[in-house]
Design a protein around this ligand. Structure first.
Ligand code: SF4
Ligand code: SF4
Ligand code: SF4
Length: 245
Protein backbone atom coordinates (compact mmCIF):
# COMPACT_ATOMS: atom_id res chain seq x y z
CA UNK A 1 0.00 0.00 0.00
CA UNK A 2 1.25 3.43 -0.92
CA UNK A 3 2.34 5.62 1.96
CA UNK A 4 0.85 9.07 1.72
CA UNK A 5 2.73 11.99 3.18
CA UNK A 6 0.41 13.85 5.50
CA UNK A 7 2.71 15.95 7.62
CA UNK A 8 2.26 19.58 6.65
CA UNK A 9 5.80 20.67 7.44
CA UNK A 10 7.23 17.90 5.34
CA UNK A 11 5.22 19.09 2.36
CA UNK A 12 6.79 22.47 2.90
CA UNK A 13 10.25 21.12 2.51
CA UNK A 14 9.43 19.61 -0.84
CA UNK A 15 7.23 22.39 -2.12
CA UNK A 16 10.15 24.77 -2.46
CA UNK A 17 12.32 22.37 -4.43
CA UNK A 18 10.40 22.22 -7.68
CA UNK A 19 9.85 19.18 -9.81
CA UNK A 20 13.46 18.67 -10.83
CA UNK A 21 14.68 18.65 -7.28
CA UNK A 22 12.02 16.18 -6.36
CA UNK A 23 12.89 13.89 -9.21
CA UNK A 24 16.58 14.09 -8.37
CA UNK A 25 15.72 13.37 -4.78
CA UNK A 26 13.80 10.31 -5.87
CA UNK A 27 10.67 11.44 -4.10
CA UNK A 28 8.30 11.73 -7.00
CA UNK A 29 6.18 8.92 -8.25
CA UNK A 30 3.59 11.12 -9.88
CA UNK A 31 4.01 13.86 -12.43
CA UNK A 32 1.07 16.21 -13.00
CA UNK A 33 2.09 16.41 -16.63
CA UNK A 34 1.88 12.66 -17.01
CA UNK A 35 -1.88 13.04 -16.81
CA UNK A 36 -2.03 14.28 -20.37
CA UNK A 37 -1.90 17.38 -22.45
CA UNK A 38 -5.33 18.51 -21.32
CA UNK A 39 -4.36 19.51 -17.86
CA UNK A 40 -5.47 22.97 -16.95
CA UNK A 41 -7.08 24.63 -13.98
CA UNK A 42 -10.78 23.96 -13.97
CA UNK A 43 -13.31 25.89 -11.87
CA UNK A 44 -13.91 24.79 -8.27
CA UNK A 45 -15.67 21.48 -7.83
CA UNK A 46 -14.75 20.19 -11.30
CA UNK A 47 -14.97 16.42 -11.61
CA UNK A 48 -11.98 14.42 -12.84
CA UNK A 49 -11.14 15.66 -16.33
CA UNK A 50 -12.75 12.83 -18.30
CA UNK A 51 -16.02 13.04 -16.35
CA UNK A 52 -15.91 16.81 -16.42
CA UNK A 53 -15.64 16.84 -20.22
CA UNK A 54 -18.47 14.32 -20.47
CA UNK A 55 -20.83 16.30 -18.24
CA UNK A 56 -20.06 19.93 -18.99
CA UNK A 57 -22.71 21.27 -21.37
CA UNK A 58 -20.67 24.43 -22.09
CA UNK A 59 -23.47 26.69 -20.94
CA UNK A 60 -21.16 29.28 -19.39
CA UNK A 61 -23.29 29.63 -16.25
CA UNK A 62 -20.25 29.36 -14.00
CA UNK A 63 -18.48 32.25 -15.62
CA UNK A 64 -21.62 34.37 -15.67
CA UNK A 65 -21.79 34.37 -11.88
CA UNK A 66 -18.08 34.69 -11.10
CA UNK A 67 -17.59 38.09 -9.46
CA UNK A 68 -13.87 38.12 -10.28
CA UNK A 69 -14.15 37.19 -13.97
CA UNK A 70 -11.83 34.30 -13.26
CA UNK A 71 -13.41 31.76 -15.59
CA UNK A 72 -12.93 31.65 -19.36
CA UNK A 73 -14.26 29.31 -22.02
CA UNK A 74 -11.61 27.55 -24.03
CA UNK A 75 -11.47 28.25 -27.73
CA UNK A 76 -9.97 26.44 -30.69
CA UNK A 77 -6.54 27.85 -30.04
CA UNK A 78 -6.58 26.12 -26.67
CA UNK A 79 -7.41 22.78 -28.27
CA UNK A 80 -9.29 19.93 -26.66
CA UNK A 81 -12.42 20.64 -24.64
CA UNK A 82 -13.53 23.60 -26.78
CA UNK A 83 -16.14 25.68 -24.98
CA UNK A 84 -15.39 24.24 -21.56
CA UNK A 85 -14.55 26.56 -18.65
CA UNK A 86 -11.03 26.95 -17.32
CA UNK A 87 -8.98 29.36 -15.27
CA UNK A 88 -5.79 30.95 -16.54
CA UNK A 89 -3.87 31.74 -13.38
CA UNK A 90 -1.48 33.99 -15.28
CA UNK A 91 -4.41 36.30 -15.91
CA UNK A 92 -6.82 35.82 -13.00
CA UNK A 93 -6.94 33.17 -10.32
CA UNK A 94 -10.02 32.05 -8.43
CA UNK A 95 -10.71 34.09 -5.31
CA UNK A 96 -12.43 31.27 -3.48
CA UNK A 97 -15.82 32.90 -2.88
CA UNK A 98 -17.49 31.95 0.36
CA UNK A 99 -20.51 30.16 -1.16
CA UNK A 100 -18.67 29.06 -4.34
CA UNK A 101 -21.32 30.49 -6.69
CA UNK A 102 -19.80 28.97 -9.83
CA UNK A 103 -20.54 25.51 -8.47
CA UNK A 104 -24.08 26.48 -7.46
CA UNK A 105 -24.70 27.78 -10.96
CA UNK A 106 -23.60 24.60 -12.72
CA UNK A 107 -26.73 22.77 -13.93
CA UNK A 108 -25.05 19.58 -15.13
CA UNK A 109 -23.01 18.36 -12.19
CA UNK A 110 -19.73 18.90 -14.02
CA UNK A 111 -18.91 21.10 -11.03
CA UNK A 112 -19.78 18.93 -8.08
CA UNK A 113 -22.22 20.46 -5.62
CA UNK A 114 -20.43 18.91 -2.66
CA UNK A 115 -17.95 21.77 -3.11
CA UNK A 116 -19.72 24.23 -0.84
CA UNK A 117 -16.99 26.35 0.70
CA UNK A 118 -13.43 27.49 -0.07
CA UNK A 119 -11.85 24.63 1.90
CA UNK A 120 -13.69 22.15 -0.35
CA UNK A 121 -11.94 23.52 -3.43
CA UNK A 122 -9.08 21.42 -4.80
CA UNK A 123 -7.96 22.83 -8.10
CA UNK A 124 -4.30 21.97 -7.82
CA UNK A 125 -1.16 22.69 -5.88
CA UNK A 126 1.04 25.79 -5.71
CA UNK A 127 4.76 25.22 -6.13
CA UNK A 128 7.65 27.68 -5.95
CA UNK A 129 8.82 26.56 -9.34
CA UNK A 130 11.41 29.27 -10.02
CA UNK A 131 12.97 30.05 -6.67
CA UNK A 132 15.90 31.75 -8.39
CA UNK A 133 13.66 34.53 -9.70
CA UNK A 134 11.64 35.06 -6.51
CA UNK A 135 12.09 38.68 -5.40
CA UNK A 136 11.79 37.86 -1.72
CA UNK A 137 14.58 35.31 -1.90
CA UNK A 138 17.00 37.79 -3.47
CA UNK A 139 15.88 40.68 -1.25
CA UNK A 140 14.79 42.61 -4.34
CA UNK A 141 12.08 45.20 -3.68
CA UNK A 142 8.81 45.00 -5.58
CA UNK A 143 9.39 47.00 -8.78
CA UNK A 144 7.38 49.91 -10.15
CA UNK A 145 4.54 48.74 -12.39
CA UNK A 146 4.18 45.40 -10.60
CA UNK A 147 0.40 45.90 -10.54
CA UNK A 148 0.00 47.03 -14.16
CA UNK A 149 -1.29 43.64 -15.29
CA UNK A 150 -4.13 43.77 -12.76
CA UNK A 151 -4.86 47.40 -13.62
CA UNK A 152 -5.08 46.47 -17.31
CA UNK A 153 -7.28 43.48 -16.57
CA UNK A 154 -9.59 45.58 -14.43
CA UNK A 155 -9.79 48.22 -17.15
CA UNK A 156 -10.75 45.56 -19.70
CA UNK A 157 -13.71 44.28 -17.67
CA UNK A 158 -17.02 45.75 -18.79
CA UNK A 159 -19.08 44.89 -15.72
CA UNK A 160 -16.50 45.42 -13.00
CA UNK A 161 -17.72 44.30 -9.58
CA UNK A 162 -17.09 45.96 -6.18
CA UNK A 163 -15.07 42.88 -5.21
CA UNK A 164 -12.70 43.49 -8.10
CA UNK A 165 -12.33 47.15 -7.10
CA UNK A 166 -11.50 46.08 -3.55
CA UNK A 167 -9.00 43.58 -4.87
CA UNK A 168 -7.14 46.23 -6.85
CA UNK A 169 -7.01 48.38 -3.74
CA UNK A 170 -5.62 45.52 -1.66
CA UNK A 171 -2.99 44.91 -4.32
CA UNK A 172 -1.71 48.50 -4.24
CA UNK A 173 1.12 50.03 -2.20
CA UNK A 174 3.74 47.30 -2.55
CA UNK A 175 6.19 49.19 -4.75
CA UNK A 176 9.62 49.31 -3.10
CA UNK A 177 8.54 46.90 -0.35
CA UNK A 178 9.83 43.43 0.28
CA UNK A 179 7.75 41.05 -1.78
CA UNK A 180 5.13 39.18 0.20
CA UNK A 181 2.47 39.39 -2.48
CA UNK A 182 1.78 35.69 -2.91
CA UNK A 183 1.22 35.19 0.80
CA UNK A 184 -0.68 38.43 1.33
CA UNK A 185 -3.07 37.93 -1.57
CA UNK A 186 -3.89 34.28 -0.86
CA UNK A 187 -7.69 34.43 -0.63
CA UNK A 188 -8.27 31.83 2.05
CA UNK A 189 -9.71 33.08 5.33
CA UNK A 190 -6.74 31.39 6.98
CA UNK A 191 -3.99 31.91 4.39
CA UNK A 192 -1.40 30.57 6.83
CA UNK A 193 -2.85 27.13 6.21
CA UNK A 194 -1.69 27.50 2.61
CA UNK A 195 1.31 29.82 2.43
CA UNK A 196 3.63 31.92 4.59
CA UNK A 197 6.79 33.95 4.16
CA UNK A 198 9.61 32.47 6.21
CA UNK A 199 13.30 33.38 6.56
CA UNK A 200 15.58 31.46 4.22
CA UNK A 201 19.20 30.41 4.51
CA UNK A 202 20.52 33.40 2.52
CA UNK A 203 19.07 36.08 4.78
CA UNK A 204 16.04 36.67 2.59
CA UNK A 205 12.54 35.28 2.84
CA UNK A 206 10.80 32.65 0.86
CA UNK A 207 7.22 31.55 0.42
CA UNK A 208 6.47 28.18 1.96
CA UNK A 209 3.43 26.32 0.76
CA UNK A 210 1.37 24.13 3.00
CA UNK A 211 -1.20 21.44 2.44
CA UNK A 212 -4.12 23.85 3.02
CA UNK A 213 -3.39 25.26 -0.45
CA UNK A 214 -6.42 24.82 -2.70
CA UNK A 215 -4.60 25.62 -5.94
CA UNK A 216 -6.69 28.70 -6.66
CA UNK A 217 -3.92 30.28 -8.72
CA UNK A 218 -4.04 33.71 -7.08
CA UNK A 219 -0.38 33.59 -6.01
CA UNK A 220 0.57 32.85 -9.61
CA UNK A 221 -1.57 35.74 -10.83
CA UNK A 222 -0.08 38.30 -8.47
CA UNK A 223 3.56 37.22 -8.53
CA UNK A 224 5.34 40.21 -10.08
CA UNK A 225 8.20 38.36 -11.78
CA UNK A 226 8.07 38.13 -15.57
CA UNK A 227 7.42 34.43 -15.50
CA UNK A 228 5.67 33.84 -12.17
CA UNK A 229 8.07 32.30 -9.68
CA UNK A 230 5.18 30.50 -8.03
CA UNK A 231 2.86 28.42 -10.17
CA UNK A 232 -0.05 26.10 -9.67
CA UNK A 233 0.11 22.54 -10.90
CA UNK A 234 -3.45 21.85 -12.00
CA UNK A 235 -5.65 18.95 -11.02
CA UNK A 236 -3.38 17.26 -8.49
CA UNK A 237 -3.50 16.97 -4.73
CA UNK A 238 -0.59 17.31 -2.38
CA UNK A 239 -0.86 13.60 -1.74
CA UNK A 240 -0.42 12.86 -5.43
CA UNK A 241 2.25 15.47 -6.00
CA UNK A 242 4.39 14.67 -3.01
CA UNK A 243 3.67 10.99 -2.52
CA UNK A 244 6.68 8.88 -1.66
CA UNK A 245 7.28 5.13 -2.01
S1 SF4 B 1 -15.14 30.48 -6.36
FE1 SF4 B 1 -15.71 32.59 -6.92
S2 SF4 B 1 -13.83 33.49 -7.84
FE2 SF4 B 1 -13.60 31.26 -7.82
S3 SF4 B 1 -14.27 30.64 -9.89
FE3 SF4 B 1 -16.01 30.38 -8.43
S4 SF4 B 1 -17.17 32.28 -8.60
FE4 SF4 B 1 -15.12 32.68 -9.50
S1 SF4 C 1 -0.99 29.35 -1.81
FE1 SF4 C 1 -2.94 30.42 -1.55
S2 SF4 C 1 -3.04 31.75 -3.35
FE2 SF4 C 1 -1.53 30.19 -3.84
S3 SF4 C 1 -2.72 28.58 -4.88
FE3 SF4 C 1 -2.58 28.04 -2.70
S4 SF4 C 1 -4.50 28.79 -1.81
FE4 SF4 C 1 -4.19 29.86 -3.79
S1 SF4 D 1 4.99 36.90 -5.18
FE1 SF4 D 1 5.93 35.34 -3.87
S2 SF4 D 1 6.97 33.96 -5.31
FE2 SF4 D 1 6.54 35.86 -6.41
S3 SF4 D 1 8.40 37.11 -6.20
FE3 SF4 D 1 7.01 37.69 -4.53
S4 SF4 D 1 7.57 36.39 -2.79
FE4 SF4 D 1 8.48 35.49 -4.64
Amino acid sequence: MKKVQTDRRKFVKYSTLGILGLVLGGGVIFSPYAVGAENRLRPPGALAEKDFLALCIKCGQCLQVCPYHSIKLSDFAKGHGVGTPYIDANVRGCYACEAVPCVLACPSGALEHTCEKPEDIHMGVAVLEFADTCLAMSNTPVPKGYNQKMIDFTASVVNLTPLEEKLLEKFSGYEGEQCTLCADMCPLSNPLSAIAMVPDEKGGHKPEIYDGCIGCGVCQEVCPTKTPSIVVKPRVTYEQYYASN
